[in-house]
Structure formats: C-alpha cells, structure tokens
Ligand binder design. Sequence first.
Ligand SMILES: Cc1cc2nc3c(=O)[nH]c(=O)nc-3n(C[C@H](O)[C@H](O)[C@H](O)COP(=O)(O)OP(=O)(O)OC[C@H]3O[C@@H](n4cnc5c(N)ncnc54)[C@H](O)[C@@H]3O)c2cc1C
Length: 441
Amino acid sequence: MTISVAIVGTGPSGFYAAQALLEKGIDCRIDLIDTLPTPFGLIRGGVAPDHQHTKRVIRTYEEIAAQPTVNFYGNVEAGRDISILELRAFYDAVVLAIGMPMDRGLDLIGGAKKGVYGAAEFVGWYNGHPAYRHLDPLLDDKCVAVIGNGNVALDIGRVLCKTKDEMAKTDIPDYAIEAIQGSPASDIYIFGRRGPAEAKFTNVELREIGQLADCAPMVDPEEIPDEIPGEMSDRDRRLRMRNIETFRSFAAMDPTGKRKRLHFCFRSMPAEILGKERVEGLRLQSTVIENGEAVGTGRYYDIPCGTVIAAIGYRMGPLQGVPLDIRRGIVINNDGRVASGLYVVGWARRGPTGVISSNKPDGDAVAAHIAVDITRPERPGRAGFEEHLQARGVRWVTFEDWKFIDEAEVAAAQEGAPRKKFVDVEAMIGLIEKGRADGTS
Ligand SMILES: Cc1cc2nc3c(=O)[nH]c(=O)nc-3n(C[C@H](O)[C@H](O)[C@H](O)COP(=O)(O)OP(=O)(O)OC[C@H]3O[C@@H](n4cnc5c(N)ncnc54)[C@H](O)[C@@H]3O)c2cc1C
C-alpha cells in the first residue's frame, strides 16, 4: 500500500523529511519539488562560497535522492506551475519545506535608497542564485555597513574582506569576485544593537576573522566586558565567554599593514539611511540594555558609507493555500501539521534560526505524523502530477539532469575551485537539452 508524498523544497529540511520517511520504513513514493533546477536550497545559495566544508552535507542528500522510490522535479514552482491545492489533490501527503526566501525589510527612513540590500539578495548574488545574479550591488565606496550580529552578517563581512587568493578555492561566480576585488571598500562595519556578549556569532566563525590574510578585525576594547552579567545556563555563559575572549584577542591585534578592516560596532541601532537618491551614510542611535532589551539613548552618530546590507532576518512570501502567521512569518502549524495531509518543516515551520542539522528533528516529527495520519493511498501521486506538468508545458529537471549540470560545473572549475556555477536557469535548461540532443546526458 504505497502512499504518495510530495516534498516542496529541496533544502536541508526537505531532504531530512525524505530521509525520515525512508528510515521509518514508511511504504511511500517521495517526489522532491523545487523552483530551481538545482537542489539543496541554502546549501548552494546561502552557505558562504568559502565554506565548502559545510556544503559537504549534500553527499547525504545525494544518497537520499538516489533511492529508487525518490524522484526530483526541479524547475517546478508551487504557486506558479501547480497550486498547493492541486498538489494536495495529487498526493496523500504534501510537506512544505520552502524555507524563508525573502528578506525581512529594513524599516528605516531612507531604506528604499539605491545601495541598500537585504542579506537574501546580497548573499544570493555572491552565491550565483539565478534570482539575484543581476543584482549588481553598489560597492563603489570605501565603507560598507552591515546591520546584524549573526553569522550571516559575519559571512558577508568575511567575503567582502578576503583576498582573491583566499577566495580561489571557492565557487563564487566570476562577476561577484571581480566586483568585490575591484571595489575600493576597505572598511566594513558590522553593527549590533547589543553588546559583544549578546552577539549571535558562533565562535569558530568569529575566530576566522582574526586569521584573514589582509584584513584586521577592529573592536573598541572599552566595549568588551570582563564578565557576563545576568542569569543563564553554564553552557550559554561558556559560549559567550569564548566570543568575549576572541574579541579581546582582536582588540590586541595590530592592524598595521592590512589593507582592509572589519569593524565590530556594538550598542548601535540603525535610525536612518542618509543621502539623496543613493546611500551616502548610515545614522545610528546608541543603545543601553534595559531588562534584556536594547533601548535607544537618544544619542545619534553617522557613518559615511556607500552600501548598507541588512542581515536582520528572513520571512516567507504569501503562498495561496498556506496559512501564514504574519507576525512570525512562518506557516501556522501544530508540531508540523498544517491541515489534513499538509505538513511543514524547516525554516518555514520554525523561523530562520539554527544550523543545517537543526532541521532534522522537523523531518522526524512529520514522518511520525504521516505514519499515523495516512494509512492507505487515496490519490494518484506521481502519475497525476506528471500529467499536470505536461499539460501545463512545464519543463521539469530530473536528478539525472541535475547531475549532468553538476558534472559540467565541476568540469568547468578553475584549478583548486570546486565548481563554476551555472547562474541562469535558461543556460542550465539549454545544457540539458543539448546533452539530450547529442546523447551525452
Ligand atoms: C546566508 C546563510 C548562510 C548560512 N550558513 C550556514 C552555515 O554555514 N552552516 C549551517 O549549519 N547553517 C547555515 N545556514 C542555515 C541553513 O542554511 C538553514 O538552516 C537551512 O538551509 C534551512 O533549510 P530549509 O530547508 O528550511 O530552507 P532552504 O534551505 O531555504 O530550502 C528551501 C527550498 O525551497 C525551495 N522553494 C521555496 N519556495 C518554493 C516553491 N514555492 N516551490 C518550490 N520550491 C520552493 C527553494 O528553492 C529552496 O531550495 C545559513 C543560512 C543563510 C541564510
């Protein structure tokens, strides 16, 4: 009694949901669907190009995709090529694993000026995401401001500060490395509303900033506390203390001779983007912490800069047939259950927090629900879905097609680099068509 499951989204949460279904031994056929012709979600389009070791997790996902009961349908967008309602009519269970593809907006006076970007678009640009590859961000000023105190802000700062040699063994697209290396940006400012003890940077990533070839981390020693006040677990205190020690080591470093500087600026909240049509500076308000909250002091200061990048979080866009909690920006759910036969996992379920493996328990929970909720097949599954796509003229990409793209990317890589990414959907589809025509794919 094989049931049909569609998983919409092939980032970590989509693959972990498929893995959990397989490991639980549920008799099912699993169809993985993604907007892009390429699988793996933010592993390909979010995780920094110089962190290839993190991307190795895709080997596990490839094993899942290779299972005989699993199919991949790339270049198929739920909401465009097929509605959620239609998917629910074809499949016994539909699992939403669609992540949070959009930036939480920077709600500031002047936030619409040229030169203001969200992290999703900026990171998508330097990662060759087809939706952002034409962003062409302004990087023509000595100073860039990054707002946010999490690892995404750190990724952006690091990618802007690394040398061409340091980026040689990455898959950053040529247009991005040329724009960054050709930019006069020498001073990157990272702003956080709270102090260094509250910053969300993980310590390994923070320490890496102290090892960059031609960039000095800058932090005001006066900002670094001797101890961390307040109630918290021993583990939390230990983790925060590690960052404090790292910041202390940064403050003791001699920046002389380094071409770039990465400035950590704390207790500062953005107030206004300055300039006429384009960014000319950022106005910030100093903060104090009261009852655990960062509160403005009414004292303002300005930083001249030509680019502002807001790494302040992500949200979902509307998707017909999916109930959204507008305030939290997630799909309304009860432990992953959304409606009869409809489930959610990953960022769309919990919000944009945690690391790759944090998405695994969501898959386990949803597989357990499906095992209980869906006891027999009632819907046409794959056959009905493919018929729908054919009728709509949708050119879907199979996992074998993706492997053909993958091999072409690896073959085109310059020495030391893992791959040269295709950054246009048309080019990927063209490659597959050509391969089919000449019998190489
Ligand atoms: C910039 C950045 C860097 C990160 N770096 C790290 C790191 O170094 N280490 C780490 O552990 N974690 C990192 N993370 C976190 C990690 O990437 C996330 O935890 C994880 O990707 C979330 O998985 P997900 O499946 O929920 O979403 P995603 O990975 O975003 O996957 C969602 C998928 O759904 C697809 N999709 C969306 N809408 C539709 C639709 N309508 N129809 C069909 N498909 C759709 C998308 O194309 C995408 O493939 C990073 C996150 C970001 C943003």
